[in-house]
Design a binder for this molecule. Structure first.
Ligand SMILES: *Cc1c(COP(=O)(O)O)cnc(C)c1O
Length: 423
């Protein structure tokens, strides 16, 4: 049991090294991803993975949990302080499980949920037909206004009055504007509904003061820990004290077995990092970078959904410049140039979800690398040049070289020279 990984399994090491090179040598603009810190990864790959600890601190179903209790309690205390919230459950394995726990705790099968439709920026776990949530609950959706491409609170209010949902979900996976959570609370109160804020995408912004917090206005708040929050893959559920017992029972034993204490320890490390001044500066820079990228893309002739961004991401409406170019094709061309984005439906998209007319861009990862407005300018121009010359392989290759050069100036994990590009 003392052999190094490189001795035991060189094959898997080689694959990981190839992905390290990929992560170093390309520009990652997927807004839901980030580079977790070394400290986070170190504890996640530790001996804390060896323990079963079903239950909660002080009430475990296994013996030998003394230090597991310390780990989990520390994670809970830090999350409570970071988000200024009454209660936290740090056990959900992922964002979808966190949302499941909320539904399981507060609803009965067949109850009505009002949430954002997937095609306008909502998440699968908010009641989409292909997800468990769409099968077990009666889901009514709101979208964005066709003119403003922003959520229309009058429509939300009207739908709430008409359908009287037991739970309203506010939160999105592809929405470039801020949420006015006080307004959402008013709508929920007008019909006596619970309010769930799913801040999976913007949790880092909220923790760092770059987006208003939903905590004072929500019954429950869920978030992943691996997106802008820059921790390990996982999630947490935050709630008012009156819901805590129900939420805890829903997570375990309702939906999960043993918690991942190595991941919970890594969440604790991430919460500590997120409480430091450098994190506040990081989140502010994410937003400034997104604004700079958006402005330069607009100068390059692209129309952004809703006209811009107020957070870490933006949606580019490709039809505004290239009628025939789909989001899927654009994302593939950009990958040829070393720029990783994902295709995304735009509101009222005429193309199917697998094709789409848009791409979604975010700045969390390139900001983690230390890039600023000056680099956003360059990147927007790389994107424009790539799409303009999408049929010209030599030009795309030249841009890829420039991208790799830029990446070398901003190494990840302190690698001073970039690992070699894989063939
Ligand atoms: C990413 C995301 C989730 C789910 O996260 P997973 O960890 O992938 O299950 C939930 N809600 C929103 C709004 C998200 O963006």
């Amino acid at each position: 049991m003392n052999k190094l990984l490189s001795e035991v399994d060189p094959q898997i090491v080689k694959i990981a090294q190839k992905d390290l090179a990929r992560q170093q040598n390309a520009l990652m603009l997927i807004p839901s991803e980030n580079y977790a810190s070394r400290a986070v990864m170190e504890i996640q790959g530790s001996i804390l993975a060896n323990k079963y600890a079903e239950g909660y601190p002080g009430e475990r179903y296994y013996n030998g949990c003394e230090f597991m209790d310390e780990v989990e309690s520390l994670a809970i205390e830090r999350a409570k302080a970071l988000f200024d919230v009454e209660c936290v459950n740090v056990q959900p394995h992922a964002g979808t499980q966190a949302n499941m726990a909320v539904y399981y705790a507060l609803l009965e099968p067949g109850d009505t949920i009002l949430s954002m439709s997937l095609s306008h920026g909502g998440h699968l776990s908010h009641g989409d037909a292909v997800n468990f949530s769409g099968r077990y609950y009666n889901v009514v959706t709101y979208g964005v206004n066709a003119e403003t491409e922003r959520i229309d609170m009058d429509e939300v209010s009207r739908l709430a009055q008409q359908h009287r949902p037991k739970l309203i979900v506010v939160g999105a996976t592809a929405y470039p504007r801020q949420f006015d959570f006080a307004e959402w609370r008013r709508v929920a109160d007008s019909i006596g509904a619970y309010l769930l804020a799913d801040i999976a995408h913007i949790a880092g912004l909220v923790a760092g003061g770059a987006h208003p917090s939903p905590v004072p206005y929500s019954d429950v708040v869920t978030t992943t820990t691996h997106k802008t929050l820059r921790g390990p893959r996982g999630a947490i559920v935050m709630c008012k004290a009156e819901h805590a017992a129900k939420i805890d029972r829903a997570v375990f034993p309702g939906l999960q077995g043993g918690p991942f204490l190595h991941t919970i320890a890594a969440k604790a490390v991430a919460f500590k990092e997120a409480s430091e001044p450098a994190f506040k500066a990081y989140q502010a820079q994410i937003v400034k970078n997104a604004a700079a990228l958006a402005a330069r893309l607009t100068q390059n002739g692209f129309r952004l959904v809703s006209g811009g961004t107020e957070n870490h991401l933006m949606l580019v409406d490709l039809t505004s410049k290239y009628e025939k170019l789909s989001g899927r094709q654009a994302a593939d061309h950009l990958e040829d140039a070393g720029i990783i984005v994902n295709k995304n439906s735009i509101p009222f998209d005429k193309r199917k979800p697998r094709t789409t007319s848009g791409i979604r861009l975010g700045t969390p990862m390139i900001t983690t690398r230390g890039m600023k407005e000056e680099q956003m300018h360059l990147i927007a121009d790389f994107i424009a040049e790539t799409l303009e010359n999408r049929q010209k392989t030599a030009i795309k290759r030249r841009i890829r070289e420039k991208v790799a050069e830029l990446c070398t100036q901003f190494p990840i994990y302190g690698y001073l020279s970039a690992p070699k590009l894989p063939e």
